[in-house]
Every structure is written in structure tokens, then in C-alpha cells.
Design a protein around this ligand. Structure first.
Ligand SMILES: Nc1ncnc2c1ncn2[C@@H]1O[C@H](COP(=O)(O)OP(=O)(O)OP(=O)(O)O)[C@@H](O)[C@H]1O
Ligand SMILES: [Mg+2]
Length: 307
């Protein structure tokens, strides 16, 4: 169920209430009275300029950073910063760091991936099965015995993602998952992320890719200066030009195309903005005049050939 469809009585996967956090030695807060609620099972994209506080919020969600003020609740339970409390939180929420070097620590990819599941109490044989399955999903099978320091940047990122996914957390936090991945691995990771959502897992990502956020997310959270500038559906956020300018964000290409097609009269003003490239294609192929235009274009080469 989407966040905006929920009523007050329902439980939230994540609640952050009035969080303030300043890194030691800094004058400016990284999170400044930051409040947000995230519905269980939702897909949430965090967007905003460099230094707007996305990664800091994620680190607070995993208990790596402790807010100076305010509170965080996971599944309705306030954070307890005891050893047991933090273990509980880390069992439920898995975070893939922005920089994989902050995450990988074992000798080999296999050891790194199996460390977490063995720690959760899984037996050797079951752990091996889980690691091999996740490695295959992410195209990492051939790299399982490779030392982590001998991986490329993109391979490290994939291994870091695999480290978290193998543990099967209820809330998956991915800090710029596609950073340094090639197109094939970006697609692979996005497919795996989509499957997480299908299983009801709550997925939070920080991304600078507006086209992806627009098509993938249920909710986009726009951050600026450690605050939530706006939280809304991709359509609400991305059609608000003023807001995008304020956050130095550009609208997704599909909306830019839609706007110019509307201006030139190809799409009628009443047409709802498309939620994806596929939806835009449907709008266009559904238009008689466009279809006529396309069939005329298709006829032209024959006509030329006959001349
Ligand atoms: N380890 C740190 N020590 C001191 N200040 C930090 C540290 N990490 C982040 N900051 C500061 O906290 C603020 C928020 O940074 P954060 O990393 O949360 O931003 P972000 O939105 O994730 O940015 P990016 O898009 O660049 O990843 C910035 O002003 C940054 O300089
Ligand atoms: Mg960051």
C-alpha cells in the first residue's frame, strides 16, 4: 500500500521525527529538523543535491549515526542504541553504502557475503546456497573467490549490494546503487530491486537519476540542506517546476517530451502526464493523427522508389 493511501492508524516501516544531526567539527547541520514516514513495502527515491543529507539520513536509519535530537522508529519501535537494539535494527534494515570500500572487509567476495548470514545463525550449507543464489542473480558467480581489493569499482558496488541482499532484510537501503555500474549491471540491479518490491520489501534509494526515480518510485523525497523540501508521488514532484528548480533537479526526459508534444498540439491538453516511456508510447500510438503521420512516413520510401 502506498504511503499516501494509508491512514494514521496503520503502521509504518520507518518514522523519523524531527531529526537533527551535525557532524563533529561542522557548523552546519547535515539533518535539520528532518521528519518523514515511510509505508511498509513502498519504493522511495531520495533526491537532492550533493550534501543535502541523503546518506546521513540512511546512516541514522541503520544506527551508524545517532541523531543529536529527535527519534527514529522502525516498525513502530523506537531505536534503542544498546548492542541488542542495534543488532535488531541491522537485522531488519540492510544498507548498501555509497562507497563500497566502507562496506567490504573480508578477504574474498564469498567470505564477505557469507559473513552476515553466518552471523545471523545460518548453517554453513544453507549460507553457501544463499550466497551462490544471490551471486548468480547479480552476475557475481565468477568473482566469488576473488579478493575484494582486486575488484573494479563497479564489481565492488555489486559485491556490496550482494552482501546486503543475501541477508534478506525487510528494509533495503541503497545509496546510489547504480553509481559506477555499466548499463548491463545497472539493468541487473534494477531488476533485482524490482523483485524486492514484488516481495513486499521496503526499498529506499538515493539517486541522482531522475528518469529512474520517476518510473520506479512510489514516493520521491526531495531533500535540501538537511530538510525534506517535498515528499510526493513522482508526478506531483516532477510536474512542480518551481520545486525542481529550488532543488537543482531537472524533470525526467519523458515529461519534457510530453510537454513539448502538448505544446505542439500532438498530445491534447487534457491528457494525463505519462508515468513512463511506455505510457508515452501508448498515448502516441493511440492518436489517430500520429498513426496517420507514421503510416505516411512508412509510405514515403515506396513512393520515392516508384519515382
Ligand atoms: N563524515 C563526515 N564528516 C563531516 N561532515 C560530513 C561527513 N559526511 C557528510 N558530511 C557533511 O554532511 C552534509 C550532508 O552530507 P551527506 O553525505 O548526507 O549528503 P548527500 O545528500 O548524501 O550527498 P551526495 O549526493 O553527495 O552523496 C554535507 O554538508 C557533508 O559535507
Ligand atoms: Mg550521499
Amino acid at each position: 500500500m502506498k504511503e499516501y493511501e494509508m491512514d494514521q492508524k496503520q503502521e509504518w516501516a520507518v518514522e523519523a521525527e524531527d531529526i537533527c544531526f551535525t557532524y563533529e567539527g561542522n557548523d552546519v547541520p547535515a539533518l535539520d529538523h528532518f521528519s518523514l514516514r515511510i509505508a511498509r513495502g513502498s519504493r522511495v527515491a531520495f533526491m537532492g543535491g550533493n550534501g543535502s543529507g541523503k546518506s546521513t539520513f540512511f546512516l541514522c536509519l541503520n544506527g551508524i549515526r545517532r541523531p543529536d535530537k529527535g527519534r527514529i522508529m522502525i516498525d513502530g519501535k523506537p531505536f534503542s542504541y544498546t548492542r541488542k537494539g542495534l543488532l535488531d535494527v541491522r537485522r531488519k534494515t540492510g544498507i548498501v553504502f555509497q562507497d563500497p570500500d566502507d562496506q567490504l572487509f573480508s578477504a574474498s567476495v564469498y567470505e564477505d557475503m557469507s559473513f552476515g548470514v553466518l552471523n545471523l545463525g545460518m548453517g554453513e550449507a544453507q549460507a553457501r546456497q544463499a550466497v551462490e543464489h544471490t551471486a548468480e542473480e547479480l552476475g557475481l558467480t565468477a568473482l566469488l573467490d576473488r579478493p575484494v581489493h582486486a575488484l573494479s569499482g563497479g564489481q565492488k558496488k555489486l559485491a556490496a549490494i550482494a552482501d546486503i541482499l543475501v541477508m534478506g532484510p525487510e528494509i533495503v537501503i541503497l545509496d546510489e546503487p547504480a553509481a559506477s555500474l555499466d548499463q548491463m549491471h545497472t539493468d541487473l540491479v534494477r531488476k533485482v530491486i524490482a523483485e524486492l518490491s514484488d516481495k513486499g520489501i521496503t526499498v529506499l534509494t538515493a539517486t541522482h537519476d531522475m528518469d529512474y526515480a520517476y518510473e520506479w518510485a512510489d514516493v520521491i523525497v526531495v531533500m535540501k540542506d538537511g530538510k525534506v523540501l517535498r515528499r510526493g508521488t513522482p508526478r506531483e514532484v516532477c510536474t512542480d517546476r518551481k520545486l525542481l528548480e529550488q532543488a537543482h533537479l531537472k524533470p525526467p526526459v519523458v515529461l519534457e517530451m510530453y510537454e513539448s508534444l502538448k505544446k505542439s498540439g500532438i498530445i491534447s491538453a487534457g491528457e494525463e502526464p505519462p508515468g513512463s516511456v511506455e505510457e508515452l508510447k501508448k498515448i502516441l500510438t493511440g492518436r489517430n493523427d500520429v498513426r496517420k503521420g507514421i503510416s505516411e512516413m512508412e509510405r514515403t520510401p515506396d513512393a520515392e522508389e516508384n519515382n
